[in-house]
Design a binder for this molecule. Structure first.
Ligand SMILES: [Zn+2]
Length: 139
């Protein structure tokens, strides 16, 4: 195999590894929220898109998004150089689905929060501050 040729199968395998690494940020968010005394349900299938976290008490759902898979547009969202068209379409479908899910959740009265991988710590802090009322904002 030429060094710059990766079969679709091999590329899929590589990208699956990328994706499974992307689940770690979700664990970090879960631990931080739990430590702050917040309780949530995981991947609630009754809601559109089975949000990563559902905080029923706060009528809030949280998605922890990998910057590449959900296309944040930040420096971490770098398209793989091989099969770029294939990945571009795949990621475009993710983005479209994300938009539909958010809209559906909002129609049901949920507040949708997205925590991006590249802003994990500050975004989680802000989220906790809002949910625990530490930002002094009454809802
Ligand atoms: Zn990002």
């Amino acid at each position: 195999m030429a060094p710059d040729t990766v079969s679709p199968e091999e590329r899929s395998r590589i990208m699956r590894q990328v994706r499974s690494r992307d689940t770690k940020p979700e664990l970090r968010v879960r631990r931080a929220l739990h430590a702050a005394g917040l309780r949530f349900r995981l991947h609630d299938k009754r809601l559109p898109g089975s949000p990563d976290l559902t905080l029923r008490k706060h009528k809030t759902v949280v998605f922890v998004h990998g910057c590449l898979w959900h296309w944040h547009g930040c420096p971490r969202s770098r398209m793989p150089s091989s099969n770029a068209d294939y990945w571009r379409k795949k990621i475009a479908r993710n983005v479209e689905r994300d938009g539909e899910r958010s809209a559906a959740l909002e129609r049901l009265g949920w507040r949708v929060e997205v925590v991006w991988e590249c802003e994990l710590a500050p975004a989680t802090e802000r989220l906790i501050a809002r949910l625990t009322g530490r930002d002094a904002e009454q809802e």
